[in-house]
Design a protein around this ligand. Structure first.
Ligand code: NAD
Length: 245
């Protein structure tokens, strides 16, 4: 049931970080992986390492998502697996945050998931089968400290209920679940907009005493994507080393 041989899997933001690890693990399980990323050069590098396809895709471009999904379905058939992983972080206190930054975070992290879920999901629902996995965050359920990131938290909370909403709408045809990772070692946490002194606060809050490796998130995605999770839909699976426990 864990085998994904021959299944077409689209991973947004699949060029780097957690998305790249997801693409790798799905490919190891036998999937034909489509690495969809706004950074096309990086997507091509990841895809060629995995003998997959690269797709230039900005998830904020609703029309571009529809076109890409239609083209993919025409060329390769509907995706069997869609992983909505593309995301960004912007840290700013709510009293000061520039509206453009607030909107950008919601646009990529929430609207982006809707655009791709609807575009690729349209073909999956028509085919009557498939699995969508959205990469949310523990920030969709609790606040984290000390970085101020209300837009990110709000977007991820939105992803959790979008996940449940689509799961119910598409029940019996396409399963829709989310993974809520805790702190994971990628550009987003390690460099991105994080400050080095934040690490100690984060580590103090993680019972397992370390960040996740991207592969540890990817393995949970592979489970939800596979037939091993055939009765699981509308679930947000937390993978956080005990942070929210
Ligand atoms: P990352 O910055 O390392 O990689 C993100 C990838 O997404 C990059 O390849 C980037 O080019 C791509 N991307 C960004 N915006 C895009 C867009 N508009 N369209 C298409 N592709 C786009 O980030 P990461 O840490 O791997 O995060 C991946 C996901 O996991 C995000 O949704 C993030 O919110 C979530 N997450 C990360 C952590 C963490 O600690 N790293 C924790 C919880 C959740």
């Amino acid at each position: 049931e864990f085998d994904l041989t021959g299944r077409l899997a689209v991973v947004t933001g699949g060029a780097a970080g957690i998305g790249r690890a997801i693409a790798e693990v799905l490919a190891e399980a036998g999937a034909r992986v489509v690495v969809a990323d706004r950074d096309f050069a990086a997507a091509k590098a990841t895809a060629s390492a995995l003998k997959g396809h690269a797709l230039a895709l900005d998830v904020t471009d609703a029309e571009g998502c529809e076109t890409a999904a239609t083209k993919l379905a025409a060329g390769h058939g509907p995706a069997a697996i869609l992983v909505n992983n593309a995301g960004i972080v912007q840290n700013a206190p709510s009293l000061d945050v520039a509206l453009a930054d607030w909107r950008r975070v919601i646009d990529v992290n929430l609207h982006g998931v809707f655009h791709t879920a609807r575009a690729f999901g349209r073909h999956m629902v028509a085919a009557g089968t498939g699995s969508v996995v959205n990469i949310s965050s523990i920030c969709g359920e609790v606040t984290v400290h000390p970085q101020p990131q209300a837009a990110y938290n709000a977007a991820k909370a939105g992803v959790n209920l979008l996940t449940k909403s689509l799961a119910v709408e598409w029940a019996g045809r396409v399963r829709v679940n989310a993974i809520a990772p805790g702190y994971t070692a990628t550009e987003l946490t390690l460099l991105g907009r994080s400050k080095p002194e934040w690490f100690n606060t984060w580590l103090a809050g993680i019972p397992m005493g370390r960040l996740a490796n991207p592969r540890e998130i990817a393995l949970a995605v592979a489970f939800l994507a596979s037939d091993a999770a055939s009765y699981i839909t509308g679930t947000v699976l937390t993978v956080d080393g005990g942070y929210t426990a």
